[in-house]
Design a binder for this molecule. Structure first.
Ligand code: ADP
Ligand code: MG
Length: 288
């Protein structure tokens, strides 16, 4: 691709992840600031390429268009002959970084966040895209608390043909801590691919609760390492989390909202569109 590296200068590293690094960059001519995600070592094996995570990420970012999802300006494939299969994704820069889980948000800020992520999820699910890794570090914010969904590194486009069983398997990807019971333990929680989108709603419920209490909500803040088994115990085998892990200070609307997200049975869990009509979101989130 043209003189890509000559047009931009790196300012700093914004984050590291599974497939590469995200930099803050400045476009030299316009001085515009962007985020640039560089994904290295793409598996060039032709068979796996169309479904390998990086190519799914660029495919998805290439066509989605929503104010609630990070905007991708350009995708550069095979930047330098020496870097083999590198891909670079030029995105809008979010100056607030990721949602900060060390502070606790007020109920009205939280409803504002919930509204925006639900709008993003409603849009994605309507496009047959399942994100599969909703969590605070994949939700980016700017100074005015505009929230956008980012990181489609493990997301999938479902090729569901009506009437057939051609669902894409959500697989064992994402982050255990935010994973729904049916994805964490398929044996005891009857996994039905029909409800794959419900997994994103669960993850949002855990995320919002974390932002409300200021730490990962299923365990005391002192607990530093959380295993898969710990999570199976609390999400799959125990009472529904909403019945024991929401602080008493929460309003009735918030408690009810979280219960609808953290419903253990994915067929009964509310969808993103349904949650947008929940009183907690309707009455407290003013912006549109
Ligand atoms: P990974 O798949 O490596 O987790 P992400 O897309 O989640 O990649 O990016 C990793 C980190 O980089 C994020 O958690 C965030 O801190 C930072 N980051 C990513 N994109 C942006 C952006 N557009 N603006 C600001 N920071 C970003
Ligand atoms: Mg990430």
């Amino acid at each position: 691709a043209d003189n890509f590296f000559l047009d931009f200068e790196k300012i700093c590293v914004l984050g590291h992840g599974n497939y590469g690094t995200v930099y803050k960059v400045r476009h030299k001519r316009t001085s515009e600031i962007y985020a640039l995600k560089i994904i290295r070592d793409i598996d060039c094996d032709s068979e796996s390429q169309s479904t390998s995570p990086p190519s799914q990420e660029t495919k998805i970012l290439g066509f989605i268009d929503s104010p609630f999802i990070i905007k991708c300006h350009r995708i550069f494939e095979q930047l330098l002959p020496s870097s083999g299969g590198s891909i670079a994704i030029l995105m809008e820069y979010m100056d607030g970084g990721t949602l900060d889980t060390r502070r606790s948000f007020s109920e009205s800020s939280l409803a504002h966040i919930a509204y925006q992520v639900l709008k993003g999820l409603e849009y994605l699910h309507a496009c047959n895209i399942v994100h599969l890794d909703i969590k605070p570090s994949n939700l980016l914010v700017d100074r005015d608390l505009s929230v956008k969904i980012a990181d489609f590194g493990v997301s999938k486009i479902l090729s569901y043909v009506h009437g057939s069983d051609n669902y894409c398997d959500s697989g064992d990807v994402g982050t255990y801590a935010y994973m729904s019971p049916e994805r964490l333990d398929r044996d005891s929680c009857r996994y039905d691919p029909k409800y794959v989108y419900a997994g994103d709603v669960w993850s949002l419920g855990v995320t919002l609760l974390e932002l409300f209490v200021g730490h990962f909500p299923f365990f005391p803040p002192e607990k530093k390492s959380i295993s898969w088994m710990d999570l199976v115990m609390v999400t799959c085998l125990g009472e529904p989390p909403a019945s024991w892990c929401i602080p008493e200070a929460a309003s009735e609307d918030l408690v009810s909202f979280i219960k609808c997200c953290l419903e253990k049975d994915p067929s009964k869990r509310w969808t993103a569109s349904q949650l947008l009509k929940h009183p907690y979101v309707l009455s407290r989130s003013r912006s549109d």
